[in-house]
Design a protein around this ligand. Structure first.
Ligand code: F6R
Length: 607
């Protein structure tokens, strides 16, 4: 997704802008640009492709105020022409989000004589500000009046040639925060861009407009009335996002999972009891009152929710439904005020999940719970209860450690709800917590399978299509394995509950259609073995992720990899790690940009 960095300071801000863009690279983008303002006016530099290309062009540039952007194409193809900043006269603008009424604004502006250089919605903002500045001397006022004409979501940063000492920013819908330090004032769409200069952050709220000037800032609402916003000290550290000795962030993040899981479950590290208060002071009361759980999430986070449904219904005995957030937000549902609404999101800024959460609340469902990896995010701020996973920043676009830590959090939530509802016996509680604490060590053992998985990836990477099969709580893991494979290796992959095979997908099986099966030694194993025979009988090649005790007969068509132990309820987490390595090595074999897969963005802050 698009990223914004803006800086105004006493010293040269160009290196800060470039470093900020580097930190935002993980969000996914196709072009980058910078505009600076000084006594000579506005200068703009743009490059298609990587931030490093922009860096080459701006090596000798110096300025004390500027704005910068990474663009992920929405309106108009990825090109230098469509890259931000967009200019109109002496105005330069960077923008995240989507202006929904841009076509009518564009027509009005063309009628007024403006000529559009790009296909973007952003260019309308630049022209609107320029138009207002013809009769209005204050840049702040021009931006404020412009925002009143915009329908949609935006975060913007603006500079203008007759105000070289000033940056104006505004937000509605898309995230934007300020960074405050002794030597400058900064703005960005994501905290990671600002941690290089400060940890003191101010999260702007919808409708906020801020003026950054002379090491000071002033924030108002859309009516121009000053508003106070709290300064928070970020818990994130700048070096947490360095690549270290790894080749890719995704690889680093896969191998960080033992630590990420250990950090996330630290809270139950030395206890045989789960304390419900760890989810918030109100949690014991709320968990007692609820009669259903509704999980809202997108993509990989949604699959975490789908695994949790198995746990919540079998262990905590609470009816649970899992909805794709983008569907729920526009669906007519039957609201239930006694339902706990759980929003799961790595970033906490996913537009659809946030909107679905707000929609659920607007229906009178006030009991809300966030599972998130970013403590300061919008979803966390808008939920009554929360659990922050401690995965650390996730930079690779394909989610790995965020997913497995979400699963650990959801398992702890299951135990807490079960306990509060009186359906968890102390012996079971102790046993589940014991298994949870063993998880980091168990993941280390799975990571040791990397070389064998690499050999499989060599065979697999030339395939065009694949089918993934799983049953029970491993069906969502089959979905996740297929998603991981398609998003980074671009191999087309679909996942099915294994029992569904003969209801249609079996027609696809031949020697060109490999099948990846998740075959833990659980109560559904024998059923799954029959499904594997159905594939074998049709000439399909099978790649089976089994575990101790699965006892599946190896043959030329059935390749088997045994995970070191059978892991009961938490087995989905271990199988996920193996499937992550599999997707990673398939993508490497194909020479793909693993951390920045084509067309994808890390944090999907537009609809
Ligand atoms: C896939 C992936 C996405 C995200 C989805 C939701 O690897 O990362 O499917 O899971 O975009 O993002 P969050 O969790 O930030 O809400």
């Amino acid at each position: 997704m698009c990223g914004i960095v803006a800086a105004i300071a006493e010293t040269n801000i160009v290196p800060t802008l470039i470093e900020g863009l580097n930190k935002l690279e993980y969000r996914g983008y196709d072009s980058a640009g910078i505009a600076i303002v000084n006594q000579d006016g506005v200068e703009r530099y743009r490059a298609l492709g990587r931030v490093s290309e922009l860096e080459k062009k701006t090596q000798d540039l110096k300025a004390t105020a500027g704005i910068a952007h990474t663009r992920w194409a929405t309106h108009g193809v990825p090109s230098k022409r469509n890259a931000h900043p967009h200019v109109s006269g002496g105005v330069a603008v960077v923008h995240n989000g989507i202006i929904e009424n841009y076509e009518s604004l564009r027509e009005e502006l063309i009628a007024q004589g403006y000529v559009f250089e790009s296909e973007t919605d952003t260019e309308t903002i630049a022209h609107l500000i320029e138009l207002i500045l013809k009769t209005e001397s204050s840049l702040f006022e021009a931006v404020r009046q412009t925002t009143q004409k915009l329908v949609g979501a935006y975060a913007i940063a603006v500079i203008e040639e007759s105000h070289p000492e000033l940056i104006v920013v505004a937000r509605e819908g898309s995230p934007l925060l300020l960074g405050v330090s002794e030597s400058g004032i900064y703005a960005a769409s994501d905290a990671s861009a600002l941690l290089q200069v400060t940890q003191q952050l101010i999260y702007l709220e919808n409708g906020d407009i801020a003026q950054l000037k002379n090491n000071q800032f002033c924030i108002t609402d859309q009516a121009g009335t000053p508003v106070a916003r709290e300064i928070v000290v970020s818990q994130l550290s700048a070096d947490a996002v360095d690549l270290g000795n790894y080749q890719h962030y995704m690889q680093k993040e896969i191998f960080e999972q033992p630590d990420a899981l250990a950090n996330t479950i630290e809270i139950v590290a030395s206890s045989d009891q789960i304390h419900t208060q760890l989810f918030g002071a109100q949690a014991p009361q709320i968990f007692k009152e609820i009669d259903r759980i509704l999980i809202l999430a997108c993509g990989t986070s949604n699959y975490a929710g789908q695994v949790a449904k198995y746990w919540l219904e079998s262990i905590a005995k609470v009816p649970t439904s899992v909805e794709v957030a983008s569907e729920y937000r526009y669906r007519t549902t039957v609201p239930n005020p006694r339902q706990l609404v759980v929003a799961i999101s790595q970033s906490g800024e996913t537009a659809d999940t946030l909107a679905a959460l707000r929609f659920a609340k607007s229906l009178g469902q006030e009991k809300t719970f966030a599972i998130c990896n970013v403590p300061e995010s919008a979803i966390v701020r808008e939920c009554e209860l929360r659990f922050i996973t401690r995965a650390g920043p996730e930079i690779g676009v394909a989610s790995t450690k965020a997913f497995t830590t979400q699963l650990a959090a959801l398992f702890m939530l299951t135990l807490a709800v079960a306990k509060q509802r009186g359906v968890l016996f102390p012996a079971e509680e102790g046993q589940y917590l014991h298994e949870l604490r063993h998880l980091p060590a168990a993941v280390i053992e799975v990571l040791k399978l990397e070389n064998s998985i690499k050999v499989w990836a060599e065979k697999f990477s030339s395939k065009q299509d694949a089918i993934f099969l799983g049953r029970g709580r491993h069906y969502p893991i089959a979905l996740e394995g297929a998603l991981k494979l398609k998003e980074i290796s671009y191999i087309h992959a679909e996942a099915y509950p294994a029992g569904e095979l003969k209801h249609g997908p079996l027609a696809l099986i031949d020697s060109e259609m490999p099948v990846v099966a998740i075959a833990p030694n659980d109560e559904l194993l024998e059923k799954l073995k029959s499904n594997l025979q159905e594939v074998k009988a049709r000439g399909g090649e099978l790649f089976v992720f089994a575990d101790q005790g699965s006892h599946i007969t190896q043959s030329d068509e059935i390749h088997i990899l045994y995970l070191p132990e059978h892991y009961g309820e938490l087995s989905p987490i271990l199988h996920t790690v193996a499937l992550q390595l599999f997707a990673y090595h398939c993508a490497l074999m194909k020479g793909n940009d693993v951390d920045k897969p084509r067309n994808l963005a890390k944090s999907v802050t537009v609809e």
